[in-house]
Design a protein around this ligand. Structure first.
Ligand code: GLA
Length: 384
C-alpha cells in the first residue's frame, strides 16, 4: 500500500514544526479511480469507482479568532482567510477550494470555528484521480471536527459538488465527491447518480487494480468537459427526456434517427456506458473478472470513438495493457484528455505486468509513466 501511516506522521510532524504545538485533529480523504461508468454522472447515470489508498491529509487545531490559516506542504505555500469575510478571490489558487468549502458550509447555516493546519497529499494533481475532491472532502471533515458538527458523507458530497460548480466554475458531476466521502474498504461503489443510492461491490478475488499514469496533464479539459455536458443535455432534449439516464438502449436504437450524427455518438456512449456499468457490478458480484474486463475494454472504445475524450497516450497505454498476460481489461479513467488509465489484472501478474507496460509505454511515447497498484479504502474519516 502507499505510505498511509507515514503520510499521517508527516503531516503531524510538519504541523509541530510549523506551529510549535501538537495538532488536536487529523483527517484524511481519499482520491479515487473509476472502474467503469465514465461521463455518466452528470447524466444522472451510474458509476462504479473505488476510493484509493492515496489521498489528502490535514492536521489542525481549532483557534478562537475566526480565522483559518492553512499551510500546503505540497506547494510550500501558506494562506489565510477570515470566516467573517468569505469572498471569492481573483486567483484560482488551492486556497480557493478551502475557502469555497467554508463559504458553502456557512451558507448551510453551520456555525464555523476557525483553525490552523497543514495539508499534504499523495494524489498526483491533475492526473484524473480526484485530488481536488479529496482536498475539499477532507476540508469538510476538518471543519466538522473543529466546529463540532455531525459529518455525513452524502450531504457533504453534494455541498462540495456545489463548490466545484459555483465557486470554482467547473460543471463536474458528483462521482468524485461521493466516492471520496463514502468509499468502502475492499469494495468499489455502484452509485446511482440520480438517487445517490450506493451499493458496495467487492473486487473479484485474486485481482489487482493498476493505475497507469500517462504523465500527460490535462489541458483544455474544463471547456471540453462543459461542452460534452451541453451536448448530452441537448441530445436528451431531442429525445424528449430530462436526462440521458432516462433512455435505455432499446429506446435509443428506435429513436436514434432523430439525432444529428455527433449527438448520436455522444448519446450512444452515455446510454451504453450506463448499461455496461450495471453489468459490471453484476460481473463483480459473480467474481467474473473476465466479464468485467471485457466491459472495461468496451468502455474505452466508446469513450475514444463516440465520446472523443481520450488522447493518443491514453490509447497507446490502454492498448499495451490490454495485450499483456493476466490483464482482464483496461480503459481510461476520469474526465480524459490525459491523466490515467486503469487496468484490472490477475494478482499473480503484478510484477511482470507493471515492468512490461512501463517499458513499452516509455518506448512508444518517450514519456516515463507512473504505474502502481491501488487498494480500495474507506471514504473520508477523522483519524485523530
Ligand atoms: C471528472 C468529473 C466527474 C465525472 C468524470 C467523468 O472526474 O469530476 O464528475 O464526470 O470526470 O466520468
Amino acid at each position: 500500500m502507499a505510505n498511509v501511516t507515514s503520510l499521517k506522521e508527516q503531516v503531524v510532524e510538519r504541523f509541530k514544526r510549523l506551529f510549535d504545538d501538537e495538532p488536536t485533529i487529523v483527517v484524511r480523504a481519499p482520491g479515487r479511480v473509476n472502474l467503469i461508468g465514465e461521463h455518466t454522472d452528470y447524466n444522472d447515470g451510474f458509476v462504479l469507482p473505488m476510493a484509493i489508498d492515496r489521498g489528502v491529509w490535514v492536521a489542525l487545531q481549532p483557534r478562537e479568532d475566526g480565522k483559518v490559516f492553512v499551510y500546503s506542504a505540497d506547494f510550500e505555500d501558506g494562506g489565510e482567510f477570515s470566516l467573517n469575510k468569505l469572498e471569492k478571490g481573483t486567483a484560482d489558487s488551492w486556497l480557493e477550494y478551502i475557502k469555497g468549502v467554508a463559504a458553502a458550509l456557512h451558507d448551510e447555516g453551520k456555525s464555523l470555528t476557525g483553525w490552523e493546519g497543514v495539508v499534504t497529499g499523495n494524489v498526483p494533481i491533475g492526473s484524473g484521480l480526484s485530488s481536488s475532491a479529496a482536498l475539499q472532502i477532507a476540508i469538510t471533515q476538518a471543519f466538522a471536527a473543529a466546529s463540532d458538527f455531525t459529518w455525513e458523507g452524502t450531504p457533504m458530497a453534494k455541498l462540495v459538488q456545489r463548490v466545484e460548480n459555483q465557486w470554482m466554475g467547473v460543471q463536474t458531476g458528483i462521482m468524485d465527491q461521493m466516492i471520496s466521502a463514502n468509499g468502502s474498504a475492499g469494495n468499489a461503489l455502484l452509485i446511482d447518480c440520480r438517487s445517490l443510492e450506493t451499493t458496495a461491490v467487492p473486487l473479484p478475488e485474486r485481482t489487482a487494480v493498476v493505475v497507469l499514469d500517462t504523465m500527460v496533464r490535462r489541458g483544455l479539459v474544463d471547456s471540453k468537459y462543459n461542452e460534452r455536458r451541453e451536448q448530452c443535455e441537448a441530445a436528451a432534449a431531442v429525445m424528449g427526456v430530462e436526462m440521458l439516464r432516462d433512455v435505455d438502449l432499446y429506446t435509443f436504437l428506435q429513436k436514434q434517427h432523430l439525432l444529428e450524427p455527433l449527438a448520436r455518438q455522444r448519446a450512444r456512449h452515455v446510454i451504453s456506458e450506463n448499461e455496461r456499468t450495471l453489468l459490471a457490478a453484476i460481473a463483480m458480484q459473480r467474481e467474473d473478472s473476465v466479464g468485467l474486463g471485457a466491459l472495461m475494454n468496451a468502455s474505452h472504445a466508446s469513450l475514444r470513438d463516440d465520446f472523443a475524450v481520450s488522447c493518443d497516450e491514453l490509447d497507446i497505454f490502454v492498448e499495451i495493457a490490454q495485450r499483456q498476460a493476466g490483464c482482464f481489461g483496461a480503459r481510461m479513467t476520469g474526465a480524459g484528455f490525459g491523466g490515467c488509465a486503469v487496468a484490472l489484472i490477475s494478482a499473480e501478474n503484478i510484477t511482470q505486468f507493471t515492468t512490461t507496460v512501463t517499458a513499452e509505454y516509455q518506448a512508444a511515447t518517450g514519456k516515463k509513466p507512473n504505474v502502481y497498484v491501488c487498494f480500495p479504502t474507506n471514504g473520508a474519516e477523522r483519524v485523530m
